[in-house]
Design a protein around this ligand. Structure first.
Ligand code: 7TS
Length: 406
């Protein structure tokens, strides 16, 4: 069944507003996308009628909160096709998931002289935790080089691997320039040498169906707020064989089995990695976001965004002062561009005055910007509710900006 774009837009309350006297055009979806009413309503309903701490009380509200949270864990398991719900850990977002992984995996498996690989296309969240871990442990951080088209250099990557390599970290989709990385190849090459792979899925979950078993990644991380869910909730997925060997990241309530002054034993998976009171409202919002995405159909979302992306690329390529950063073989989600002689911050400020929300800056990916010789870009990024008319308005506005600086 085809859904009209007007109907889809009607599901998102935030879109229907005037900003600086103009109708809002929201093209900053890679930073966070907007929330459908059903997600907002679910959170309101939780705090209005169900709120209680989980796993801790025998009383009615605690029982229904706990059940709703654990049902969501199963729904997330199904959403990414994990083998077990014990492999689904709730965190506050991708950043926390990766910090958990770097700390815990690092403690268990990384020592002096070992090597850790990240790609040159990473967001700082999948770069700095590994860099810090390596500094702490006396390990070596190696960076997969970027090629001029914005794809990773897989030949160089293959040569980097050796018996000291302990883990490979790469994003599925680059937030800075939209490259879709060949993760199947990266995982295949790594596994041939017995090296585990972590995929940062922050920019992928809203565009692709995720199947962690088919992908065969060892760890997968993502944020709820980039897939129509609330902020403050994220997922850390890990294969049970690793999670069982990894120590807790944080300690405190809920992750404990037995405590005395002399000793402590830890709770079973997944609770071993979930210290403290979880963000139950956020978890239930994420549950509803998964329902929303399933109802929309991930294929329909992907198809719509691809249409918008190609439409925008076609138009932008005709504007002389626009330089699109990266021409990767496959692109999803975002287009990054530099304007000849015009600072990205100035351009984004003027676009904002015209009601258009885009991100400007280095997108927390300074190594990527440095590689392309820019200090930042303007990034437009798409979601299910964006329209071709919005792209037209954006392109006209951009031409206006360029005209102002001539
Ligand atoms: N990894 C990637 C690939 C990302 O794009 C982001 C956030 C993160 C990790 C961190 O996710 P968080 O939810 O923990 O913040 N990316 C962006 C962005 O591109 N603009 O704002 C946030």
């Amino acid at each position: 069944m085809s859904l009209s774009i007007d109907y889809i837009r009607s599901l998102f309350p935030v879109l229907h507003q005037i900003v600086h006297g103009k109708p809002l055009i929201y093209l900053d979806n890679a930073a966070t996308n907007q929330k459908p009413k059903q997600v907002i309503d679910r959170i309101v309903q939780y705090y209005s009628t169900e709120n209680a701490n989980v796993h801790r009380g025998v009383h009615y509200l605690s029982a229904i909160s706990t059940e709703a949270m654990e049902n969501t864990r199963k729904n997330v398991q199904e959403f990414i096709n994990a083998a077990s719900d014990e492999e689904i850990i709730f965190t506050k977002g991708t950043t926390e998931s990766i910090n958990l992984l770097a700390h815990s995996f690092g403690k268990a498996f990384i020592g002096k002289g070992d090597e850790v690989i990240v790609s040159g296309l990473e967001h700082h969240a999948n770069f700095v935790p590994w860099q810090q871990l390596c500094q702490e442990k006396g390990a070596v951080l190696k960076v997969i080089p970027i090629q001029p088209d914005g794809d990773l250099d897989l030949e160089a990557f293959e040569k980097m691997l050796n018996s000291r390599t302990k883990i490979v970290n790469v994003n599925q989709v680059s937030n800075a320039i939209g490259t879709v990385n060949p993760i199947d190849k990266i995982i295949g090459i790594s596994h041939k040498q017995g090296i585990p792979v972590h995929i940062d899925g922050a920019q992928a979950v809203s565009h692709f169906a995720i199947d962690v078993q088919k992908m065969d990644c060892d760890f997968y991380t993502f944020s709820g707020h980039k897939m129509y869910g609330p902020m403050g909730i994220g997922i850390f997925y890990g294969k049970k064989e690793f999670l069982e060997k990894m120590p807790p990241y944080q300690t405190g309530g809920e992750m404990i089995d037995f405590v005395s002054a002399e000793e402590v034993t830890y709770n079973q998976l997944p609770y071993k990695f979930e210290a403290g009171t979880p963000n139950v409202g956020g978890i239930l919002g994420l549950d509803e976001a998964i329902r929303f995405m399933k109802n929309m159909g991930i294929d329909r979302i992907a198809e719509h965004e691809k249409m918008l992306m190609n439409y925008a690329l076609e138009q932008l390529e005709t504007i002389e002062s626009v330089k699109i950063i990266g021409q990767p073989k496959q692109r999803a989600g975002a287009i990054s561009l530099a304007l000849n002689g015009i600072h990205h911050y100035d351009a984004a400020t003027i676009l904002d005055q015209l009601g258009i929300a885009v991100r400007s800056g280095h997108h927390c990916a300074q190594p990527v910007m440095r590689y392309f010789g820019v200090d930042g870009t303007i990034r437009l990024s798409f979601a299910i509710y964006n329209t071709q008319e919005e792209i037209d308005t954006f392109v006209h506005a951009l031409q206006r900006v360029i005209g102002m600086f001539r």
